[in-house]
Design a protein. Structure first.
Length: 462
């Protein structure tokens, strides 16, 4: 009966997760998707080989031809993993029959059935695929490196005392925006630990750089519905805020999440996560009950990013995220205070939506945020449209954004770009940006302009 259960489980997984070709199939499935681990296991086993157009098509019905190919690959995989065949006759003196159990005095020859590992719920910590006596068998290393060339033209500043905003003219150079190296350990079936060493910066707009431990946290799945995350970890705010930089199409996040990169001023240009996407605290993650239910994340953090807590106030956050066959949408909220002196409010409400059907060549996403930061009312939005030009994915994209960090300042930018996936590990992005910032300072209206051309190479490893 055991082998029939194994066969049934593998058939269900194969039919539920159609194949992918042209690049890294696992890279097309969101890491928090409930089927992520199952897809990765079947790709590693060679059962998923892929569609020619490079789409995972996880919600598309299968044809009879696709069903036949899936069953053929499944049968081949079962033969390789050693699922027991029919019972053979006992030997004269304990000799084993072909693929059968032991004779009267001999050892058994049949291999045990293959182990099937179920996919973890969204946001949960996956159990180790197999128990091991060696600690290093339960550890993995992954990460990515971004290197970039930027040529920017600051144009000119208008208004009285424009020179106070910095030098005009053209600047270019090579930069290292990001380097992340993560060590992941499956401590046991319920516990997973992650430590990430990062180099952040620099770019022509952000010359400072830091080397720091960014991720230092553990996930504990205390039930099949809830996971708790403790330590220093990235936020879940919205879409781009929660998205890793290696997955984002544009070179940088929207300004209302980070900051306005090309104007002066000590604080008013900041976005809600201007000091990075990490914070220290505890998060409770409720996994999706069904395909229609949301993922729920409730957080209690310092609100001081990676710094030591500067006050006794804590930041509360709540994120609701839905997945649909056509894409995803969600709502995020946070409320707390910054550690600036004096302490000031930091709160925001954000909504987002992304349309990205696997069977279509175009996708679109948008976010809108409204809140308060450093004592000022802030709001911002962006919209992005993407179109796949080739099967070995080359994407063209346009992104429009606006950020109002104060009542007297407004930032507008247009980004046009091409992203080329060279192979499963390497990606090339070319982007042109035209940005303006209008603001009022010392009673005068001023404008700062910027044009930028950036060429970025990203290399991922695991």
């Amino acid at each position: 009966m055991t082998k029939h259960r194994v066969l049934l489980c593998l058939v269900v997984v194969v039919l539920a997760a159609p194949a992918y070709a042209g690049g890294d199939p696992v890279g097309t499935v969101p890491p928090d998707h409930w089927a992520y681990d199952a897809v990765k296991e079947l790709v590693d086993a060679g059962i998923l080989i892929g569609y020619p157009d490079g789409a995972i098509r996880g919600n598309q019905p299968m044809t009879r031809y696709e069903f036949a190919m899936a069953i053929s690959r499944l049968m081949a995989a079962l033969e390789m993993t050693g699922v027991a065949g029919p019972q053979g006759p006992a030997g004269r003196h304990g000799a084993t029959g072909p693929a059968g159990p032991a004779g009267a005095h001999g050892p058994a020859s049949a291999a045990p059935p293959a182990t099937v590992v179920a996919a973890a719920p969204a946001g949960a910590t996956a159990a180790a695929p197999a128990a091991s006596d060696k600690w290093y068998d339960r550890m993995s290393v992954d990460g990515y490196l971004q290197t970039r060339y930027e040529d920017r033209d600051m144009g000119s500043s208008s208004g009285p005392s424009a020179a106070n905003m910095g030098s005009d003219g053209e600047h270019d150079g090579f930069y290292l925006p990001r380097l992340h190296v993560s060590l992941r350990a499956d401590v046991n079936e319920r516990t997973k630990a992650v430590v990430t060493w990062s180099r952040l910066g620099s770019t022509s707009s952000r010359p400072q750089w830091t080397t720091d431990w960014t991720d230092i946290y553990l996930d504990y799945a205390y039930s099949d519905k809830w996971t708790v995350r403790l330590g220093q970890a990235p936020n879940w705010f919205g879409l781009e805020g929660a998205q890793d930089s290696s997955d984002r199409m544009s070179l940088e996040r929207a300004a209302f999440l980070t900051r306005i990169p090309e104007t002066g001023g000590p604080g008013w240009k900041d976005g809600v996560y201007h000091a990075g996407r990490w914070d220290r605290g505890v998060w409770f993650v409720r996994h999706r009950k069904s395909t229609g239910g949301p993922q729920i994340i409730l957080g209690l953090t310092n609100g001081s990013f990676r710094d030591v807590e500067g006050n006794s106030n804590k930041t509360l956050s709540a994120d609701l995220k839905w997945k649909r066959p056509w894409g995803q949408y969600g709502v995020s909220w946070l409320d707390g205070k910054t550690s600036y002196s004096p302490d000031r409010d930091r709160n925001a409400l954000l909504g987002y939506v992304r349309w990205a059907r696997p069977d279509q060549r175009w996708a679109a996403q948008a976010e809108y945020m409204d809140g308060k930061l450093h004592g000022d009312n802030v709001d911002g939005w962006y919209g992005q449209f993407e179109y796949r030009l080739t099967k070995n994915p080359t994407w063209a994209f346009v992104k429009l954004e606006e950020f109002n960090p104060t009542d007297d300042a407004k930032y507008d930018a247009v980004h046009l770009g091409l992203t080329k996936q060279l192979d499963a590990n390497n990606e090339l992005t070319l982007q042109w940006t035209d940005a303006d910032c209008d603001y009022r300072r010392r009673g005068s209206d001023r404008t700062r302009k910027k044009d930028l051309i950036g060429l970025q190479w990203q290399m991922m490893f695991d």
